[in-house]
Design a protein around this ligand. Structure first.
Ligand code: BGP
Length: 476
């Protein structure tokens, strides 16, 4: 069986990594505006005071805010059928708790989605991609405060209402399962005590963290309920970072440790959002650790009524787990051990296309809902030579993953409805804040100091992808 005829071939972006214009158009400050640049060896820092002279790459991004018409026209020329992008919450509600939405922000995305429509591109819109209005952290302690649930729902309803007819596919929270890690305390949950320099690894009160994650689940579920009421055509999905891990050895204790990690990192959030209730292993874990969450019967009903329509996820690499684990191989936040059978990127991410097929099978067997791969790609150093970028390594990476998806559909019967590779064009890396780590189909002339003409140059991979889409996967 080939890819389905209406398969959503596409590419992805995220507002804080591409838009720039951080304080234009009435936008408020978001968490992402407080992150400095970084590199492979120097972690990004969280800075409260923006006048400290650091370079904040999110402030200028790759200027999508001013160039989106030209950019989306280029995506159209590549033949993208879908574009995953996010709305910056702080463009719509600059402080999060404002009485009225910011009309200029609403109009901006209206123009973006209309431009997609003019280029025959279906938008897939994430409501919160690693950012929320900064004011919600300082004033409310983020999602630890139940008032923030209503603020998110109002933001979501404002978007569903305004973009009815323009947007059908929605994702609520990007990589929500980072909320189970210390790394996600700030940018998934907005916890105030996480707003300090080493923001990735701030540990803190577990009860507060899981209460905040529960509140995020609720915000998502209530948005799903409203989204369906506002437009029954809406299809609303969850978004989970896939952390596929293999046992490092066949030792039963390593196999068990791998399963436990999969349950906690991969299955917990997916189960809540697809099945509408907490899995037994999570309830038991909370009891054993003395974590008592404030969950009412009405909230349980909301989780059940706010089940998502489809499951979307990011997939880049896999790793290995042992009962006594070191932390060698890694994605941007997920640590594990290196697999001797896989190749490793310059940033230490291991390439594993078969793992994508395995993941698709596991997810479909577990949930029996349509699946979407909404991030998958290779971060690499690209070089511009004689005005062109030749990136055969990216083509190899993408081809192998397209083949894995095809096998999952054709041989295994998985219901996969879309693929938005990461990224449509070069953007700022979320993990390191670099420009040097490029994933795009289109090269953007900008460096780590923020210098460059911002000229867009389609890479060889964009020509390859054009043919893949035109042949519905046959030419991969
Ligand atoms: C995911 C994020 C993206 C993206 C990607 C690549 O975790 O959802 O925003 O950036 O990873 O990561 P990085 O940019 O750190 O290489």
């Amino acid at each position: 069986m080939p890819f389905p005829n209406n398969f959503l071939w596409g590419a992805a972006l995220a507002a804080n990594q591409c838009e720039g214009a951080w304080n234009e158009g009435g936008k408020g400050e978001s968490i992402a505006d407080h992150l400095t640049s970084g590199s492979r060896t120097k972690p990004r820092r969280f800075v409260q005071d923006l006048n400290l002279g650091d370079y904040f790459p999110s402030h200028t991004g790759v200027d999508f805010y001013h160039r989106f018409e030209e950019d989306i026209a280029l995506f159209g020329q590549i033949g993208l059928k879908s574009l995953r992008l996010s709305i910056a919450w702080s463009r719509i509600f600059p402080n999060g708790d404002d009485a009225q939405p910011n009309e200029e922000g609403l109009r901006f995305y209206e123009r973006v989605f209309t431009t997609c429509q003019e280029n025959n591109i279906t938008p897939i819109v994430t409501l919160s991609h690693f950012e929320m209005p900064y004011h919600l952290i300082t004033e409310y302690n983020g999602f630890a405060n139940k008032k923030v649930i209503d603020m998110f729902v109002r933001y979501a309803e404002t978007c569903f209402t305004r973009y009815k007819g323009l947007v059908k596919y929605w994702l609520t929270f990007n990589e929500i399962n980072f909320g189970t890690l210390s790394a996600g305390r700030l940018f998934c949950l907005g916890l105030r005590d996480a707003a300090q320099e080493n923001y990735f690894f701030t540990s803190g009160d577990e009860t507060e963290q899981y209460q905040a994650l529960h509140n995020v689940f609720l915000a998502s579920a209530k948005a799903v309920i409203s989204g369906h009421q506002i437009d029954p055509q809406n299809q609303i999905g969850c978004m989970i970072a896939n952390g596929l891990a293999y046992p490092l050895t066949p030792k039963p204790e390593d196999v068990l440790a791998t399963q436990q990690r999969a349950d906690w990192f991969n299955n917990f959030c997916g189960d809540v959002q697809v099945r509408g209730s907490y899995p037994s292993f999570a309830k038991r874990r909370f009891e054993r650790r003395g974590i008592k969450l404030n969950v009412t019967a009405a909230e349980e009903a909301d989780l059940l009524n706010g089940k998502v329509d489809f499951y979307s996820f990011s997939y880049y690499s896999s790793s290995c787990v042992a009962k006594t684990s070191g932390n060698e191989g890694q994605g941007n936040l997920i640590a594990g051990q290196n697999n001797p059978y896989l190749e490793t990127s310059d940033w230490g991410w291991q390439t594993d296309p078969s793992g994508l097929r395995l993941t698709l099978n596991r997810l479909y067997q577990r949930y029996q809902v349509p699946l979407m791969v909404v991030e998958n790609g290779l971060g690499a150093i690209d070089t511009l030579e004689n005005g062109a970028v030749n990136d055969p390594y990216r083509i190899d990476y993408l081809r192998a993953h397209v083949e894995a998806m095809h096998q999952a559909i054709d041989e295994d019967g998985v219901d996969l409805i879309g693929y938005t590779m990461w990224t449509a064009m070069d953007v700022i890396s979320a993990g390191t804040g670099e420009m040097a780590k490029r994933y795009g189909l289109i090269y953007v002339d900008r460096d780590d100091q923020g210098e460059g003409s911002l000229t867009r140059i389609p890479k060889a991979s964009s020509i390859w992808y054009h043919d893949v889409i035109a042949s519905n996967g046959d030419s991969a």
